[in-house]
Design a protein around this ligand. Structure first.
Ligand SMILES: [Zn+2]
Length: 117
């Protein structure tokens, strides 16, 4: 299989996700994990509605961070598969993933049947 074009797409997507993640999260030092950015709660204003805003911002950051990081992990898994030569085979049953499915989502690591596994 021609994995080169999928690799390019995956690397583009990886960069895009990392830049999105950097808006809502910070990469923890010494690991590849991301942590949601904490809004500054120690500023001068302590009005309750300001605090509510801050907590809402935090909740949104956490939700985006979780979603983006799970996409990022899928892409990293797919890229590892390209390196080890397992890319394009289902991680559940080992069958080939249809090219059309990979074209639609290069980070797919399961066949259509196991899409929700
Ligand atoms: Zn499968």
């Amino acid at each position: 299989m021609d994995t080169a074009k999928f690799k390019i797409k995956l690397e583009e997507e990886l960069r895009r996700l990392e830049s999105q993640l950097s808006q809502v999260a910070t990469k923890s030092s010494g690991s590849s994990d991301w942590e949601p950015s904490l809004p500054d709660l120690n500023n001068q204003s302590s009005a309750p509605e300001d605090m509510a805003d801050k907590f809402e911002e935090l909740e949104n950051n956490v939700a985006s961070e979780v979603e983006l990081e799970s996409k990022l992990i899928r892409i990293q898994t797919a890229l590892k598969g390209i390196e080890s030569g397992t890319y394009g085979t289902c991680t559940v049953c080992g069958k080939e993933i249809p090219i059309a499915r990979l074209e639609a989502d290069p980070s797919a690591i399961t066949c259509t049947e196991h899409a929700n596994s």
